[in-house]
Design a binder for this molecule. Structure first.
Ligand SMILES: [Zn+2]
Length: 278
């Protein structure tokens, strides 16, 4: 069985393999509200998660929030269609651009990407999409949903539980590995998103990352600095038309992030800058 850690009153966090996905459970005052943040990598893992949550004996899942569109946070959604599914308004479009084509390619030839188990995945975007700040009532508990600007993706949402001083941020913050420039990342804009969060997160509040153990505001601040170093090197390199591989090496050395991670960020940043300059 999974070990759930109580991070604040009525808020539990657990880390699930594969890929160390953070799952957070937020329950209301009574047994009439239970919010699940993210749904794991496929319907089988989602089903296992549903069983683990049922075993907590704190009532049925009434709300789901997806922190962003990536598969390891949304491909279990179809298991929870009895609940309201909340998320960024951009998730459906992100599915059409990235997850849909990847799922189609995988279905045509699963052996090309055996690390995924996407059999029977039905892409299930939020039933309650948000393009601006919203509040939901979870069994008498107020939970804030704050769509963020482009960063890890253009579908990132911050979940805040004010009475508990807890933030659930998805992959805009990663603790067990470096932040990833995955599909649909915005490496040049991401640091600004983190600085905006630093402005509103309290010094004693808890921050749950998309992967890893809970952190604090100071950790978010350090990750903002690191991602800004990468963004600055991308801008410099692009302005002087340097080859991507040199820029990636310099970005890796200066930021301390692994080269193979930074490379995809530099490539994406160059594409975005080239699109701007034509
Ligand atoms: Zn992600």
């Amino acid at each position: 069985m999974t070990t759930w850690t109580t991070v604040a009153h009525g808020i539990r966090h657990a880390r699930f393999e594969p890929i160390d996905v953070s799952i957070t459970v937020i329950h209301g005052r009574e047994r009439d509200g239970l919010l699940l943040v993210d749904t794991r990598c496929n319907p089988r893992e989602g089903g296992e998660l549903a069983g683990e949550v049922a075993a907590l004996d704190i009532g049925p899942v009434t709300h789901v929030v997806n922190t962003h569109a990536h598969y390891d946070h949304t491909f279990g959604n179809q298991v929870f269609t009895g609940a309201e599914i909340h998320g960024h308004a951009g998730i459906a479009a992100h599915f059409r651009e990235f997850e849909g084509p990847r799922l189609e390619a995988w279905t045509a030839d699963p052996s090309a990407a055996p690390q995924y188990d996407w059999t029977d995945v039905q892409l299930t975007p939020p039933t309650h999409p948000h393009s601006s700040r919203a509040e939901i009532d979870v069994g008498g508990r107020r939970v804030e949903l704050i769509p963020l600007g482009p960063g890890h993706t253009d579908t990132d949402v911050a979940v805040h539980v004010p009475d508990a001083g807890v933030w659930v941020l998805g992959d805009v913050i990663e603790q067990s590995g470096p932040p990833l420039y995955g599909s649909g990342a915005f490496p040049l804009d991401w640091p600004e998103v983190l600085r905006g969060l630093v402005d509103v997160i309290g010094a004693d509040e808890v921050v749950i990352p998309g992967h890893g153990t809970p952190v604090d505001r100071a950790f978010v601040e350090r990750q903002a600095v690191m991602l800004q170093v990468v963004a600055d090197v991308i801008r410099e390199g692009h302005a002087s038309r340097e080859p991507i591989e040199y820029v990636a090496e310099r970005a890796s050395t200066r930021s301390g992030m692994p080269l193979e991670i930074v490379e995809s960020g530099v490539l994406r940043g160059y594409q975005q800058l080239s699109a701007l300059t034509g």
